[in-house]
Write a protein that binds this ligand. Structure first.
Ligand code: FDA
Length: 391
């Protein structure tokens, strides 16, 4: 039977980077993946331009049962280290906003760079991992092209998000088989869906976008919010979705920095025959302003006729919109899986299972989930490098 030093399962961001790091330790390395091409999520990431890191990377940009777990790996493989590789590969990039670095050209340049970095490792695509066992001296992987023995087995098969792209959740099965605990996986960075009652009111708003601020579960984000046919999306919703649990109410400020009731009162005196909807339309997109007035039964109402109490109620609807969302769009569209292999059962310096020498978990399958904005790739690089370099 074939014998390797390191077998990496998963040729995504973490697996490919790990192979390059393990090769530098002089090891015999193979990477296998059931997909046709490596780095499929890299290819579609960042709208095709791959938001490959974030300059503001710090442990507090990640959700995890142990918020300090990621610190060691992140400190030893930094955004600047990755940018150094990108520069040496001659890949042009730019900072979009808030430290988010994107390729100027196609995301596939990043995959090409990772493949160049792991030249010398054996890459086996269209090879499925069906299961693993330990035979007393090493791991035996049962694959669609036969068994492979390896002293170290590195699980880089990602989470459950986007099954259509090959996500399987097999990492969780392997973790449980070897006695590691799991933090229940759930969809993250995902659009949220309304209850039927809200849907009727909000469906006509599909396509409307507005800058919003949301505080929830100790997190606070401000970015674009998008109404969809099913609920809410846009960066601010994706961010908060990782902190939100089904049934929880969100408090959304649809006009941050504006005291809407105060502004409406101030314009009321010289308003003449202007409608409330038109006054609100100076603060919010017209369709949203009209929908809020319709819902309050104030479609044609003149601003000049409104009492303070009524304007305060409208202001509260904008600055403190309480909305009950019932679910998420699920793994079908989720950018990541929150939860995963419990960090209490992994060594933070190497990603090795504490009680199973030679077994490692890296990337998205671990209970470390970044905010939107390049943090998840930075975690993939950092955790991969920690495992690849482990002595
Ligand atoms: P990843 O999912 O990349 O790779 C796992 C690999 O394992 C896959 O190739 C899969 O085929 C393989 N596999 C699974 N089961 C197997 C089995 N049984 N046998 C063999 N192979 C198996 N993040 C970011 O930082 N910036 C961004 O711009 C984006 N953009 C983005 C857009 C979209 C649409 C999505 C869905 C996600 C993002 N992300 C992102 C998140 C990012 O893509 C994600 O965090 C990383 O790809 C995780 O890397 P991994 O290598 O851990 O898993």
């Amino acid at each position: 039977m074939e014998q390797l030093d390191v077998l990496i399962v998963g040729a995504g961001a973490a697996g490919l980077f790990c192979a390059g790091s393990a090769l530098r330790q002089g090891r015999r390395v193979a990477v296998l993946d059931h997909a046709r091409d490596p780095g499929e999520k890299i290819r579609i990431s960042g709208g095709g331009r791959c938001n490959f890191t974030n300059l503001a990377t710090a442990p507090d940009r990640f959700l995890s049962g142990n918020p300090r777990f990621a610190a060691s790996a992140l400190a030893r493989c930094t955004p600047e280290d990755f940018v150094g590789l990108v520069d040496r590969a001659g890949i042009a990039w730019h900072e979009k906003t808030q430290g988010q670095l994107f390729c100027d050209g196609k995301a596939t340049q990043i995959t090409r760079m990772l493949l160049d970095r792991m030249k010398g490792a054996d890459l086996r695509m269209q090879t499925t991992l069906n299961g693993i066992r330990h035979d007393g001296t090493g791991f035996v992987a049962d694959t669609s092209s036969g068994p492979i023995r390896a002293a170290r087995l590195i699980v880089a098969t990602g989470g459950k998000s986007i099954p259509k792209m090959g996500a399987t959740g097999i990492a969780y099965d392997i973790a449980e088989q070897f006695g590691l605990r799991l933090v229940e996986p759930r969809a993250g960075l995902v659009p949220l869906t309304f209850a039927e009652q809200e849907l009727v009111l909000c469906r006509p708003l599909a396509g409307v976008s507005v800058e919003a601020e949301i505080r929830h579960g100790g997190a606070r984000f401000r970015d674009a919010l998008l109404f969809t046919h099913r609920g809410l999306s846009g960066p601010v919703i994706l961010q908060i979705s990782s902190f939100w649990r089904p049934g929880e109410t969100l408090l959304i400020d649809l006009a941050p920095d504006r005291d809407v009731a105060g502004d409406l009162k101030a314009t009321r005196s010289g308003a003449g025959g202007a409608t409330l909807a038109s006054a609100l339309g100076r603060i919010l997109p017209d369709r949203l302003a009209a929908a809020i007035c319709d819902q309050a039964g104030l479609t044609q109402a003149r601003l000049a006729d409104q009492s303070n109490a009524r304007l305060e109620a409208v202001g509260a609807r904008v600055n403190r919109w309480q909305v009950r969302l019932v679910g998420t769009e699920g793994y079908r569209t989720a950018e990541v899986t929150v939860g995963g292999v419990d960090t209490r059962d992994l060594d933070a310096r190497t990603m090795q299972a504490r009680k199973v020498p030679g077994l490692y978990f890296i990337g998205e399958c671990v209970d470390v989930t970044g905010w939107l904005g390049g943090y998840n790739f930075q975690w993939a690089w950092a955790s991969a490098d920690a495992a690849g370099r482990a002595g």
